[in-house]
Design a protein around this ligand. Structure first.
Ligand code: FES
Ligand SMILES: [Fe+2]
Length: 369
């Protein structure tokens, strides 16, 4: 066999071909029967349309003139054009090519070239449940009948009359979603962040897992950077440990009950993931005093810290993750060396959930056959 052939035929295994848990997790999707954050609420104005993709499934997301959102299959049933090339008219979506229009429920409601007869459309467009929460648009890409019984993560600190100060940042990384989970929960990579020092000297103190989550705690020094260190209130907050959780398919952290985040993944494809990080803080300390920042100041500090601190740290993660994906694409069959005992648990959870989803689909197909 020539070298060229060897190189060309080497590609990471798909889920069925995968030989170990790590390979399985790197090929797995995320269960579509969950809610996924897909876009910022304020990114789609009335009359605007955009495409969002969930695990290679293109969805047209638009906002009607009445302000309500809709998510439909992004494919005109006529000549398969993406409906996101089209236009929103009142509360309908009109295809760019022959001008067929669909309502929010996916029904064809208007077609302009009727001198050729009425289109025999047996099926409506597929539609997807949509919701808005925490300033984000959420879509349920799976079976719409299940949407009601599945919850969007509950963040009580961001609800009510007096929500905590918060900021949301997002990134689209050329990496598999399972690598993002490994990254955000594995504090062995303090070296990558040696400039900003968001966590140092992490020691895994405790971990436990069940069918839906992997929970872990580290003893570590949180927020040790020069800038963040000035604002972190160490008198009121225990910054010597952090709890983290892979709460499938989401992830969160909690430092002393006062500094928290959720991470919402949108798996776009095998090598592309959009990640929304929602950070929320009870309060900071006014530098050189022991005074707690009032809400408005906490929000201002957070707004300033976001481009100066949060984003640069996460950009470092993004660079490492994209490089890890490139490494995996080439060396996927190298034996895994993993020192952190929780990392295989994340991978196991991702792989098990995907396996269960695929099996449920198979069952449905057998019943339907
Ligand atoms: S391709 Fe959409 S109306 Fe013809
Ligand atoms: Fe990191």
């Amino acid at each position: 066999m020539s070298n060229t052939h060897n190189l060309a035929s080497r590609h990471p295994p798909n889920f069925v071909e995968a030989k170990n848990t790590r390979q399985k997790s790197r090929a797995a999707g995320l269960d579509p029967n969950r809610w996924y954050a897909v876009e910022y609420d304020n990114a789609i104005k009335k009359g605007q349309i955009t495409e969002v993709v969930f695990w290679n499934l293109p969805i047209a997301l638009y906002r009607g003139e009445d302000g309500l959102l809709a998510a439909v299959q992004n494919r005109c049933p006529h000549r398969q054009l993406k409906l996101s090339h089209g236009a929103v008219e009142n509360c309908q979506l009109r295809c760019a090519y022959h001008g067929w229009a669909f309502n929010r429920e996916g029904w064809l409601v208007d077609f302009s070239h009727d001198s050729f007869g009425k289109p025999l459309l047996k099926k409506q467009l597929r539609t997807y449940p949509v919701a808005i929460r925490y300033g984000l648009i959420w879509v349920f890409p799976g079976d719409p009948e299940k949407a009601e019984s599945v919850e969007i993560p509950n963040i009580p600190e961001l609800e009510g009359d007096d929500p905590w100060a918060s900021v949301t940042v997002d990134f689209t990384w050329n990496t598999h979603h399972s690598m993002v989970i490994d990254n955000v929960c594995d504090f062995a990579h303090a070296f990558l962040h040696r400039k900003y020092r968001p966590f140092t000297d992490a020691k895994l103190r405790h971990f436990e897992s069940d069918d839906n989550r992997v929970f872990l705690s580290y003893d570590t020094f949180v927020g040790g950077g020069r800038f963040s260190g000035m604002f972190v209130d160490r008198e009121r907050i225990n910054t010597k440990s952090i709890d983290l959780c892979y709460e499938y398919p989401y992830q969160w952290s909690d430092t002393g009950g006062k500094i928290k985040h959720w991470c919402f993944l949108l798996p776009i494809g095998e090598r592309k993931t959009r990640v929304f990080f929602v950070f929320y803080f009870d309060a900071f300390k006014i530098p050189l005093t022991s005074l707690k920042t009032p809400k408005w100041l906490t929000q201002t500090v957070l707004r300033i810290a976001s481009p100066l601190l949060l984003k640069p740290i996460l950009l470092e993660d993004g660079i490492a993750l994209e490089a890890e994906q490139e490494g995996y694409d080439e060396f996927w069959d190298a034996p895994p060396i993993e020192l952190n005992p929780v990392v295989p648990l994340f991978q196991q959870l991702t792989a098990h959930k995907w396996e269960a989803y695929l099996q449920s689909q198979e069952k449905l197909n057998t019943i339907g056959a």
